[in-house]
Ligand binder design. Structure first.
Ligand SMILES: Nc1ncnc2c1ncn2[C@@H]1O[C@H](COP(=O)(O)OP(=O)(O)OP(=O)(O)O)[C@@H](O)[C@H]1O
Ligand SMILES: [Mg+2]
Length: 263
């Protein structure tokens, strides 16, 4: 199952990604958790004890990028391979955290044509490899938008989860993301409502999402603040959170099943 998690800043993407990763490992799956956020913190949400800064994002590995894309300093950004070999990278550059294989990618550079394209080529090829070639659960923690996903990768996405919180700004972002996702061919765009404190908020989220199916809700959860301060994984000592995300996972399993061709 291949899942891309997106949404406005601070809504809870990384937290959801970490708990889902844990639950998929618990049900016996081979799991890759991929951090593609510019402000990487999936490692700490997973309870990685050492400084999360220990893991160098792939996008900063200049030698590797040069080796794989053939971009030399003088040809930089002009001549390079668009389809670099990446199939060995998940094994070489992942950190195993209790069965969750974490990779920290860094973010796709945006902007004009002179932008650091060899880096983007490597990251996109890697994400495509994970989403299309690998038979594993892949959870991609990304920023708002679809920059990391191309059309080829989109075919591998079983579900895109847009995390929203009670508030119109994150919902507007979700609607925008849905249209970007549809443009590149991602069909299954779903939502999770996070930080909710009442049934009324749940109802309003559903109403405002204009038909984006809601997989489930996660309540406002103050124990997450303690987990953060004590440098614990988001899912440790937090039964309520785990139970709520378990329901979301069940919904995801159903969604993915129904998207598989039958017969
Ligand atoms: N249900 C919740 N209840 C209370 N706090 C939460 C909840 N979910 C997430 N948080 C807290 O909100 C903050 C942002 O969460 P998180 O890092 O998961 O969001 P994000 O969408 O990944 O943010 P960013 O856009 O910065 O990557 C964190 O401090 C997290 O502990
Ligand atoms: Mg995040």
């Amino acid at each position: 199952m291949k899942i891309a998690i997106t949404g406005k800043g601070g809504v809870g993407k990384t937290t959801l990604c970490a708990v889902l990763a844990r639950l998929f490992v618990r049900s016996g799956e081979d799991v890759f958790a991929i951090d593609a956020d510019p402000d990487s913190n999936l490692a700490s949400a997973l309870g990685y004890r050492q400084s999360a800064l220990d893991i160098t994002p792939l996008i900063r590995m200049k030698e590797l990028i040069k080796e794989r894309t053939g971009a030399s300093p003088d040809s930089y950004g002009k001549f390079f391979r668009l389809n670099p070999e990446v199939s060995d990278l998940p094994e070489k550059y992942s950190v195993n955290l209790d069965g969750i294989r974490l990779m920290v990618l860094g973010t796709i550079y945006k902007g004009g044509s002179g932008c650091a394209c060899p880096e983007n080529a490597l990251l996109k090829a890697l994400i495509n490899h994970l989403f299309v070639e690998r038979d594993a659960v892949v959870l991609l923690d990304m920023e708002a938008g679809v920059e990391h996903l191309g059309r080829a990768t989109a075919t591998g996405v079983d579900a895109m989860i847009v995390v929203v919180e009670p508030g119109l700004r994150s919902i507007e972002t979700a609607l925008h993301i849905r249209s970007l996702a549809h443009d590149i061919g991602i069909k299954r765009v779903t939502a999770v409502g996070n930080k909710v404190t009442s049934d009324r908020q749940k109802r309003l989220i559903v109403e405002h999402l204009e038909g984006i199916p809601v997989l489930g809700f996660v309540s406002q959860n103050d124990a997450l603040i303690d987990a953060d301060l004590e440098n614990r994984a988001a899912f440790e000592k937090n039964e309520r959170l785990v139970a709520e995300v378990e329901k979301i996972k069940e919904q995801l399993d159903r969604t993915a099943l129904s998207s598989r061709p039958t017969g």
